[in-house]
Design a protein around this ligand. Sequence first.
Ligand SMILES: [Zn+2]
Length: 109
Amino acid sequence: MALISCAECGQQISDKAAACPRCGSPASTSSNPIRDSVIQLEKALFDEVQKFSARIRELASFARRPSPPSAPPSPDIPDQIRKLAKLKDDGIISSEEFEAKKTELLGKL
Ligand SMILES: [Zn+2]
């Protein structure tokens, strides 16, 4: 005969006992593998939930951190000038407009 711990109160009870003498909880023994696996599953699930909530807290604290000032997206200036040149060639903008815009874009380089 061996002693097992009562699942409810932790009392050491005989594995031959049908129920815990202390709290009356039905004894959990290896003769009830379904109950054992359910308990193991619950423990595994609890661990996962703990890990998950820790991760959520980590992400939440990360989200609260002020983000570093990000540089505005720098457009591809040479590419814009090329497009402007195409507009000029197509007669959509005048040479003056093209030159003015080109000067402005080149000033940003
Ligand atoms: Zn008990």
